[in-house]
Design a protein around this ligand. Structure first.
Ligand code: NDP
Ligand code: BG6
Length: 513
């Protein structure tokens, strides 16, 4: 509506946009949002989706009229769903306040319908129940597909038959994985588009909903001191690091078919890279931002095999406790070569980033849990104080660290004189530590993303051309790794990962932060 009003639509509005425009304002009080969590009996629904919906409800962000339906094959009554959901709801927003009353109110808005994912008949029954709850208001429907990828299409086909009729909107949130490579991803997109317009598909990458990832553009584009430095002229390398201190416990079956490159690098880390490296968008409009992301992804060189190191964790005993190897998981085939760790060097062949290595590292069962972006700046030319650092000049360079999680922070490593009569320098941090600076709890990524989907804000969702560009970078190397049956470097559970990652970085004169 806003786009229509401001004359910002460059092309004719889509059906979805027309519906949005028509239902805006006039029907605000007469409309309702029905949210169906497809796969409601699953892990993600319990762990993330229902708690995020409750947080939104608690914060007053859900519309006045809304209903939440769980849908899955498991047999459950409404009361059983509420009981299941209530176990994972928390009063995390304001721990001092007893939010029990709000939880009860919220749970009363949750219902359940059991059905098959590929049954139009079962979805028609759901549709009937949704209509009863919608009570003749303009119905807007959001389907969250929290199910394994092999049943996406069946579910979309049937869910689209229970789409909102009339002037309300219908949107479908799809969870990753979006295919395994360029071919399967394109086939998935094609199949989805048989039933939905691109505008209706909300491909989620929950890293885009993380506070510090959202903040990347603010940091860059609203501070004079950063943007001028954001190029090959001043930046030596950029590191995108993801590590988890636990293995694939419980998700081995899924993971073995994908591996860490598809699970983390091709989506979460690459999305961060795109936001980090893109040119200034024309505006904050979703299409303008996504256009810039696509441009930077398409300027990247497909990843080469010699620029990748893969690893897999092996069993390790520490303090009398034995931690399992990846292949000890019963759901993982014996002898699996699937990487649980990878390091990679990527390059953007454009004027801004020519020659700057973007190093990615992602691994499970490592020594810590963290996700961060590290930006290492070049040496100060003719630095008067070089002698303070002896031969190790790398130590003297500035480094900007954006710690996405845990304990969110942004800090800049600078050189500083140690107070006293002598002239000794040390490295200190200019530190924006979120817990110290902001008293309010940081919302979970799923809260932001669900709210955006309800509001029709597409900025943080992946467009199909972005997805194509992302797969184009990784597909050749994935095929080569698998075709040549490259043996991963084994690293002990709880360690810092394979030493090969250090050799890879050293080849580009980089030291991991
Ligand atoms: P689950 O494996 O728990 O599956 C969700 C539900 O789907 C199950 O409760 C089950 O419900 C149904 N289901 C499972 N397997 C099958 C099958 N083979 N055929 C038909 N139905 C099946 O998945 P998650 O909840 O863990 O994840 C959902 C989606 O989100 C997946 O695409 C996953 O890759 C993605 N994801 C998950 C994350 C997580 O942390 N869990 C993180 C990021 C993405 P029922 O039997 O009752 O029908
Ligand atoms: C998911 C991956 O997308 O992200 C998981 O499939 C991983 O393997 C998870 O554990 C990490 O998310 P977060 O938000 O806990 O860092």
């Amino acid at each position: 509506f806003k786009k229509l009003k401001d004359g910002l639509l460059s092309s004719a509005p889509s059906t979805e946009e027309m519906k949005e425009a028509a239902s805006f304002d006039v029907n605000k009080d007469k409309s309702t949002v029905s949210i169906t969590v497809v796969g409601a009996s699953g892990d993600l629904a319990k762990k993330k989706i229902f708690p995020a919906l409750f947080a939104l409800y608690y914060e007053g962000c859900l519309p006045e009229h809304f209903t939440i339906f769980g849908y899955a094959r498991s047999k459950m009554t409404d009361a059983e769903l509420r009981n299941m959901v209530s176990k994972t709801l928390t009063c995390r927003i304001d721990k001092r306040e007893n939010c029990g009353e709000k939880m009860d109110e919220f749970l009363k808005r949750c219902f359940y319908h059991s059905g098959q994912y590929g049954s139009r008949e079962n979805f028609a029954e759901l549709d009937k129940k949704l209509k009863e709850h919608e009570g003749g208001r303009v119905s807007n429907r959001l389907f969250y597909l929290s199910i394994p990828p092999n049943i996406f299409i069946d579910a979309v086909k049937c869910a689209s038959s229970s789409a909102s009729s009339g002037i309300g909107w219908t949107r479908v949130i799809v969870e990753k994985p979006f295919g395994r490579d360029s071919g399967s991803s394109a086939a998935l997109t094609k199949a989805l588009k048989q039933y939905l317009d691109e505008d209706q598909i909300f491909r989620i990458d929950h890293y885009l909903g993380k506070e510090l990832v959202e903040n990347l553009s603010v940091l860059r584009f609203s501070n004079l001191i950063f943007e001028p430095l954001w190029s090959r002229q001043y930046i030596r390398n950029v590191q995108l690091i993801f590590s988890e201190d636990f293995g694939t416990e419980g998700r081995g079956g899924y993971f073995d078919n994908y591996g860490i490159i598809r699970d983390i690098m091709q989506n979460h880390l690459l999305q961060i890279l795109a936001l980090f490296a893109m040119e200034t968008p024309v505006s904050l409009d979703a299409e303008d931002i996504r256009n810039e992301k696509v441009k930077v992804l398409r300027s990247m060189r497909p990843l080469q095999l010699e620029d990748v190191v893969v690893g897999q964790y092996k069993s390790h005993t520490k303090g009398g406790v034995t931690y399992p190897a990846y292949t000890d998981d019963n759901t993982v085939p014996k002898g699996s070569l699937t990487p649980t760790f990878a390091a990679a060097a990527l390059f953007i062949d454009n004027a801004r980033w020519d020659g700057v290595p973007f190093l990615m590292k992602a691994g499970k069962a490592l020594h810590n849990k963290s996700a961060e972006i590290r930006v290492q700046f070049r040496h100060v030319p003719g630095n008067l104080y070089n002698r303070n650092f002896g031969t190790d000049l790398d130590r003297a360079t500035n480094e900007l660290v954006i710690r996405v999680q845990p304990d969110e922070a942004i800090y800049l490593k600078i050189n500083n004189k140690v107070p006293g009569l002598g002239m000794r320098l040390d490295r200190s941090n200019l530190n924006l530590h979120y817990a110290a600076r902001y008293s309010k709890e940081i919302p979970d990524a799923y809260e932001r993303l669900l709210l955006d989907a309800i509001e029709g804000e597409r900025r943080l969702f992946i467009r199909s051309d972005e997805l194509d560009a992302a797969w184009a970078l990784f597909t050749p190397v994935l095929k080569e790794l698998e075709g040549k049956k490259i043996i991963p470097e084994y690293y002990p559970y709880g360690s810092r990962g394979p030493v090969g990652a250090h050799y890879l970085a050293a080849r580009y004169k980089v030291r991991w932060g």
